[in-house]
Design a protein around this ligand. Structure first.
Ligand code: MTE
Length: 328
């Protein structure tokens, strides 16, 4: 990690973006002035309109929130997808050319029936709509009407061994891992290097077996009943609504069952800032900011953050007897 950007400079994104763009602006100013590029730099074109196909027959699973969902536009224009950009505003455009067909997910490790699933098969599973609160570790939040199916359904099909304790997830990655030269052209599919992203890639996440099998844990294939937009993790991503958003890994290509706690990207980047569990918890501040409140993207209003993001009745029992300050 020593030659890379220190984790403390990576988040929160708002700080990162402002400071780095300020520096970048200085560097670029001279070269683009003659071409009118300064105007374009400070007034970037609007993100492309997101056009994705509707998902056939979505049933309502009865998971809802008291607040209305955020708009499709909000959900698809304010993102975190470091493989494409470290700015919240940019993944919509940067991931525009991301090719997500054909696509497979390999499921292996401590299972009786390891298998490769094709995305077309997964899209034929019964698709449910689930409206969940979504809380980013950067203290913004929204309400998202996901479409998808419980992860448990896929795991049951590979027959987990009783010795499996954890589930490890991996995102598709096309670029060169850990390449020290940020100036390298991006790899196929427009993904940037680990150096430019400031985190090790491919992006990794993990859950305990009971968390992975929990009925709330979703493999999401879409938003608002339409196929998942690239910037939100096409064609299929994890959604774990009681944990900080970074646990909800995008564009999953591999799922492995294991008996050891798997490495996770943000924990590798800064283990004092991002724990393995990362359950939403207003009582455990991030070392550099409070987690007591959150900013709803819809109207920028601040509101109190609730333990387990409001899903305590469903999930708290999984953590009985644990010290949630130590095991954050
Ligand atoms: N998955 C991958 N592969 N790469 C990422 O950069 N960002 C995470 C998570 N999953 C990320 C990822 C973070 S920090 C958040 S908050 C959510 O995706 C954002 O999801 P959204 O863009 O759909 O809102």
């Amino acid at each position: 990690m020593s030659e890379k950007i220190p984790p403390s400079e990576i988040t929160p994104e708002s700080v990162y973006f402002n400071r780095r763009n300020f520096i970048k602006a200085g560097v670029f100013a001279g070269s683009v002035a003659a071409t009118g590029g300064i105007y374009r730099f400070f007034n970037p074109p609007p993100p492309p309109e997101v056009v994705t196909a509707p998902i056939e027959s979505v049933k309502s699973a009865g998971f809802s929130t008291t607040e209305p969902p955020d708009s499709f536009e909000t959900i698809t224009t304010y993102n975190n997808y470091y493989e494409f950009s470290t700015s919240n505003a940019c993944p919509a455009r940067a991931a525009e050319g991301f090719v997500t067909r054909p696509w497979t997910i390999e499921v292996d490790g401590m299972v009786g029936k390891p298998r490769v699933f094709d995305i077309e098969e997964l899209l034929r599973f019964e698709q449910e709509e689930r409206i969940y609160r979504f809380r980013c570790v950067e203290a913004w939040s929204m309400v998202v009407p996901w479409t998808g199916f419980p992860l448990k359904k896929l795991l049951d099909m590979v027959e987990p061994l009783s010795t499996a304790k954890y589930v490890a997830f991996q995102t598709y990655y096309s670029g060169k891992t850990n390449h020290p030269d940020a100036k390298l052209p991006p790899g196929p599919n427009g993904m940037q290097s680990s150096f430019a992203a400031g985190i090790d890639l491919p992006y990794l996440e993990g859950l305990r077996m009971d968390e992975a099998m929990h009925p709330l844990t979703l493999l999401a294939t879409g938003i608002y009943g339409k196929l998942m937009p690239n910037q939100n993790g096409a064609p299929i991503r994890l959604v774990v609504p009681w944990k900080y958003g970074f646990k909800s890994i995008k564009s999953v290509v591999k799922i492995s069952l294991t008996d050891v706690q798997p490495p996770t990207t943000w924990n590798l980047a800064a283990d004092d800032e991002y724990g393995f569990y990362s359950n939403v918890n207003p009582n455990v501040p991030h070392p550099r900011w409070s987690q007591a409140q959150e900013r709803r993207l819809r109207d920028s209003r601040m509101q109190p953050t609730t333990i387990f993001n409001g899903y305590a009745d469903e999930v708290a029992s999984m953590y009985a007897g644990m010290d949630l300050v130590k095991d954050f």
